[in-house]
Design a protein. Structure first.
Length: 193
């Protein structure tokens, strides 16, 4: 049985190419409000959502991330981390895919549910964005570099508290691509009765 929510979940795709048109303030407010309606451990709601829309600020943040990757050693063999570090050597590298809006999620660093709470909020952002005709993509690079001195200084300058860890980000904008649905992997569900 399908309904509108199930159709949105199945239809949403990660977008990595965006038009150079900014989303409007009402759309941004809807996305941020949707984020705040996500569940959080014990209804803690200790998250912070920082929306960056200034193109020059985004480009400066991108440069801080590029430089951060040159100092950073991946802490595991996750292929996307290795790729990001290698790709960041290219002057054309852009970690947020030139999206006009980047919503950064952060939470108190010693809060055990920080990542789970922010992940639920990001999912709300992605689904709400799709329902508004916007594209979005989960961005991990700020999470990986949350403790890099240059990146930390930059995000602190944006108003993100020093006691917050970056949990992830959402690139958001009007899609300039229409990706094909990816196959779902078999054997990833288990039913116990």
């Amino acid at each position: 049985m399908e309904n509108e929510i199930i159709r949105v979940i199945k239809s949403r795709r990660s977008i990595r190419q965006y038009k150079d048109t900014q989303i409007d303030a009402s759309q941004l407010n809807i996305l941020l409000e949707a984020a705040t309606w996500a569940p959080s451990g014990s209804n803690n709601q200790s998250w912070l959502f920082t929306a960056v829309q200034n193109k020059n600020t985004l480009l400066e943040l991108n440069e801080a991330v590029r430089e951060g990757f040159q100092r950073w050693t991946p802490d595991d063999s996750y292929p996307a981390k290795i790729s990001a570090k290698n790709n960041s050597r290219n002057p054309e590298y852009n970690f947020y895919y030139h999206a006009p809006t980047l919503i950064i999620t952060s939470n108190v660093s010693d809060y055990q549910n920080a990542m789970a709470d922010c992940s639920a909020a990001l999912q709300n952002i992605f689904l709400a964005a799709f329902s508004l005709g916007l594209g979005s993509c989960w961005i991990n690079q700020l999470r990986w570099l949350t403790n890099d001195s240059g990146v930390r200084e930059f995000i602190t300058g944006l108003g993100i508290p020093k006691n917050h860890v970056i949990c992830g980000a959402a690139a958001v904008g009007y899609p300039a691509q229409n990706p094909v649905p990816a196959e779902r992997k078999a054997g990833t569900t288990l039913i116990i009765r």
